[in-house]
Ligand binder design. Structure first.
Ligand SMILES: Cc1ncc(COP(=O)(O)O)c(C=O)c1O
Length: 468
């Protein structure tokens, strides 16, 4: 028997009963970005954590450790909630674009495309993966696309989100030379501050991304006069990531409508406004992001009101969620290894991964939760530091983690690792990247093979002079 994790706090301090935030809740009634575990997460008769109908301990036995476990239903549910909310709240046309930098691989791009979601890519590699996955509606971002990448984007028929003058003039020339006209959006920095880590804030004026809004009229004038190779169909802005406030996105909609109004003077066929991504997710109990629907409502209503006030037609509204689409759909399972107690200070419990599979804690000081997947009702009897295996003192997955007593070989699970984990993973210390499985209704399919030591030396070359 499998019981769904309780939403009710219970007196005994165990993972299964005291962590009410864990409950994936009912499909369609829970916003995935507000749930720490994938929707439908449960505990079975063996007291093991179950994701997508699969026993997590058994998944590790079969596919190895560490292991990214991606729940297909949660990802699809997030795609559907985004689509339905925009259809419900916006009076014009809308399009959801998955910011695939959050997790770009064939399976994830294919699921997004199947759900009718377009794909945002930021490099030739992401673009090629999305194309290979069968995605056809593509938006190509990036502040320094190479000429080859621009050509690849043109060949794939992607919308190019032009970031700066250098790119605008290069693309204009390449497209004209090849007899093409590139559909473009212009990325601008809206000058909107938001409360998030400075490395993931992009909307303030001092950002490497996008045209300065002061340049807007000059850019429009250039395109209107000399832009033979480009057709400007939209405007884009993205203010940052892991944002919990709604006000910045309300303000952004108003700013973008002013740009939209300016475009009219130049008679450009601008019909798309892309407000970027940024909605945050729950990493711990104390995180309280708005739901997908609340965020969509704010964005849609603000844009519609600003258009009405300026007597403008409703543009096609695009948004580009990454983290809030996939972050909560995945957990990472690790195996516990060594433990070290520094008397009077702390106990370190080390796992078989760390900053190579999840660089967010060391990069952004991100905080995560952890569960012991093999004994979900055991009391949380200790507070420990969950350490990674890398040669770096800062390689700590969680500074302060409540866990039951654990022995080597037991499995722990870190939730909410779907976004910016695999996609930012490295081979630091020549640690192979983990495998990833897609789980759904008790089935598990490998979507990323575990790297081998052979993979790690594949690009190495040993000059003759160094051979023994
Ligand atoms: C241009 C752009 N769009 C969308 C996103 C996705 O943001 P998030 O994952 O916060 O939704 C990003 C992330 O950095 C971005 O740079």
């Amino acid at each position: 028997m499998v019981s769904t994790l309780s939403a009710e706090p219970q007196p005994s301090a165990s993972q299964a009963t005291s962590l009410q935030y864990l409950s994936g809740g009912e499909f369609s009634s829970t916003s995935p970005n507000q749930s720490l575990l994938p929707l439908g997460a449960a505990v079975n008769d063996s007291d093991h954590l179950v994701i997508g109908g699969c026993d997590v301990v058994k998944l590790v036995e079969e596919f190895g450790s560490p292991l990214y476990i991606l729940d297909e239903q949660t990802l699809r549910e997030a795609c559907r909630q985004y689509k339905q909310s925009f259809e419900r709240h916006y009076p014009g046309e809308s399009l959801i674009v998955y910011a695939s930098k959050a997790w770009n691989c064939l399976a994830v791009c294919a699921i997004a495309a199947q759900e009718g979601i377009a794909i945002d890519v930021v490099s030739g590699g992401e673009l090629q993966t999305a194309v290979d996955a069968g995605a056809s509606e593509l938006y190509f971002h990036g502040n320094n696309k190479s000429l080859d990448e621009l050509k690849l984007g043109l060949e794939a028929g992607a919308y190019i989100v032009v970031d700066n003058w250098h790119e605008l003039t290069s693309l204009n020339q390449i497209a004209a030379e090849t007899g093409r006209v590139a559909p473009i959006l212009l990325r601008l920095t809206p000058g909107i501050e938001c409360h998030t880590h400075e490395y993931i804030r992009t909307g303030h004026i001092d950002s490497k991304f996008g045209f300065d809004p002061d340049q807007l009229e000059a850019v429009f004038a250039f395109i209107a006069k000399e832009g033979k190779g480009v057709k400007c169909v939209g405007l884009h802005a993205h203010i940052g990531s892991q944002i919990f406030e709604l006000q910045p996105h309300h303000d952004l909609a108003e700013v973008m409508v002013r740009w939209f109004e300016t475009a009219k003077k130049y008679d450009l066929p601008i019909e798309q406004l892309d407000i970027g991504g940024g909605l945050g997710i729950r990493y711990t109990e104390s995180d309280d992001p708005p739901s997908i629907d609340e965020w969509a409502k704010t964005v849609c209503e603000s844009l519609a009101a600003a258009c009405k006030a300026s007597d403008l037609p409703f543009p096609k509204l695009l948004c580009e969620p990454g983290r809030s689409l996939i972050g909560s759909a995945c957990v990472t399972a690790y195996t516990v290894g060594s433990q070290k107690t520094v008397p009077g200070i702390r106990t370190y419990v080390a796992v078989d991964g760390g900053m190579s599979d999840n660089p967010r804690p060391i990069t952004y000081q991100s905080v995560y939760r952890v569960l012991s997947a093999g004994k979900m009702s055991a009391p949380l009897s200790q507070t420990v530091t969950l350490a990674g295996k890398h040669c770096e003192s800062g390689d700590v997955v969680i500074q302060s983690a409540s866990l039951p007593e654990l022995s080597a070989g037991e499995i722990v699970v870190v939730p909410a690792t779907g976004a910016y984990n695999y996609s930012m993973a490295s081979n630091y210390n020549r640690v192979p990247r983990p495998a990833a499985v897609l789980v759904n209704q008790g089935n598990a399919d490998l979507i990323l093979r575990r790297e081998t030591y052979e993979d790690l030396v594949r690009q190495d070359r040993l000059p003759d002079s160094l051979r023994a």
